[in-house]
Design a protein around this ligand. Structure first.
Ligand SMILES: NC(=O)c1ccc[n+]([C@@H]2O[C@H](COP(=O)([O-])OP(=O)(O)OC[C@H]3O[C@@H](n4cnc5c(N)ncnc54)[C@H](O)[C@@H]3O)[C@@H](O)[C@H]2O)c1
Length: 258
C-alpha cells in the first residue's frame, strides 16, 4: 500500500531537479501522474522512465491556458485531480535591485508568481467540485522558497515572487479550509539542483568555495539534497496529514531559527 494509491497528482516543472524527484516519489507510492514542463524533451524522457500511469503536456506556466488544460487532462485521463504540486520556477540574475532589468523582473513574476496563481485558479474549483460530489478533498502544495519568508539580497524580485506565493497559499487555504482543500507551501533553502549549479557557475569560484559562500548563513552549513525537500512535499500532500493547511514549511537547515 502506497500513501498515494490511486490518487491523481499534477506536477509542474516536472522535468527539473525537484519536480522529477517528486514525480518519482509520488509514483513509487501508487500515484497516477499528470506532468508538465516547458522542456518538452526532458518531460517525455522522464515520463518514459516512470513506472506509473502518466500523462504529459508541455507548456509555459505563465500562459494561463496551460493551467486550464492540465486540469482538463487530469479529468480526461484519470477522472479527477487529487493533488497539485505547483513547482515550476526560474531564478533571477544575482544582482542588486536597481540592476535587475525590468523585462526580467516581469518574466520572473509571470512565471514564479502568476504561474502559481493561474494554476490554483483552475485547480481549486475542480477539487471543490470533487469534495461536494464525493466528500474527498484535495491538496495543493506550492513550491515557494526560504526567500519567500525573509529578504534575499541580490534576489529581490525572486523573493517578492516567492513571498507572493506564500501570500496566495495562506489566503486560499483560509478561503477553502472548510471546503475540502488543504493548501500549503514548501520553502526550501538552496537545494542541489540546476538552480544551485547556476549560482556556482555565475560565481566563477571553485565549487566547494562557491557552496561554502552560499551556505555561510545556514546553520547546517550545507545545501539541501533534493530528496530532503521531496520528503517535505510528500508530507504536505499526504492525506494522512489532514489538519495542516495554510502553512509555509521551511526546509532550510535552520536558517529560519536564527
Ligand atoms: N534549487 C533551489 O535551491 C531552490 C530553493 C528554493 C526554492 N526552489 C524552487 O523549487 C522549484 C523547482 O526548482 P528546481 O530547483 O527543481 O530547479 P530546476 O531548474 O531544476 O527545475 C525547474 C523546472 O521548471 C521548468 N520551467 C522553467 N520555467 C518554466 C515555465 N515558464 N513553465 C513551465 N516550466 C518551467 C524548467 O524547465 C525546469 O524543469 C522552483 O519553483 C524554485 O524556485 C528551488
Amino acid at each position: 500500500m502506497g500513501r498515494f494509491d490511486g490518487a491523481t497528482v499534477l506536477i509542474t516543472g516536472a522535468a527539473g531537479g525537484l519536480g522529477s524527484s517528486a514525480a518519482k516519489g509520488f509514483a513509487s507510492e501508487g500515484a497516477r501522474l499528470v506532468l508538465s514542463d516547458i522542456d518538452e524533451k526532458a518531460l517525455a524522457d522522464l515520463a518514459g522512465m516512470l513506472p506509473s500511469e502518466t500523462a504529459i503536456l508541455a507548456g509555459n506556466v505563465a500562459d494561463e491556458k496551460l493551467s486550464e488544460d492540465l486540469v482538463g487532462l487530469a479529468i480526461e485521463k484519470f477522472g479527477r485531480l487529487d493533488i497539485a504540486v505547483n513547482n515550476a520556477g526560474i531564478v533571477q540574475s544575482f544582482v542588486r535591485l536597481p540592476q535587475v532589468p525590468s523585462d526580467e523582473a516581469r518574466r520572473v513574476l509571470e512565471i514564479d508568481l502568476l504561474g502559481v496563481f493561474y494554476a490554483m485558479k483552475h485547480q481549486i474549483p475542480q477539487m471543490e467540485r470533487q469534495f461536494k460530489t464525493s466528500g474527498k478533498g484535495g491538496a495543493i502544495v506550492n513550491i515557494a522558497s526560504a526567500a519567500g519568508l525573509s529578504g534575499a539580497p541580490k534576489l529581490s524580485v525572486y523573493a517578492a515572487a516567492k513571498h507572493g506565493v506564500v501570500g496566495l497559499t495562506r489566503s486560499a487555504a483560509v478561503e477553502y479550509a472548510s471546503k475540502g482543500l488543504r493548501i500549503n507551501a514548501i520553502c526550501p533553502a538552496h537545494t542541489r539542483t540546476a538552480m544551485v549549479d547556476s549560482f556556482v557557475r555565475v560565481s566563477g569560484a571553485p565549487e566547494a568555495e562557491a557552496l561554502a559562500e552560499l551556505t555561510r548563513g545556514v546553520p547546517m552549513k550545507r545545501v539541501a539534497e533534493v530528496e530532503e525537500v521531496v520528503t517535505a512535499i510528500l508530507f504536505a500532500a499526504d492525506p494522512a496529514n489532514s489538519f495542516m493547511t495554510g502553512h509555509a514549511l521551511a526546509v532550510d537547515g535552520g536558517v529560519g531559527a536564527i
